[in-house]
Design a protein around this ligand. Structure first.
Ligand SMILES: [Zn+2]
Length: 64
């Protein structure tokens, strides 16, 4: 099981997403950010979301 915390992505809380792969982590973390940090998430540009998605890829791929 892969995992990544909101704070690993630069977020401000200890929420931890778990999933089978980076895609599941992305869905969980983005959903979390949209729900819990809408004031930050809603002003993110597409580039910033791409960058966050890449960061999740790298972070999750490094786990085994
Ligand atoms: Zn959070």
């Amino acid at each position: 099981m892969k995992h990544m915390k909101c704070s690993d992505l630069g977020g401000g809380c200890d929420f931890e997403a778990t999933g089978e792969d980076a895609e599941e982590i992305k869905i969980a973390l983005f959903e979390h950010a949209a729900t819990e940090h809408p004031e930050e998430f809603n002003v993110m540009t597409d580039e910033e979301r791409d960058a966050a998605a890449k960061k999740i890829d790298v972070f999750v791929e490094a786990q085994e």
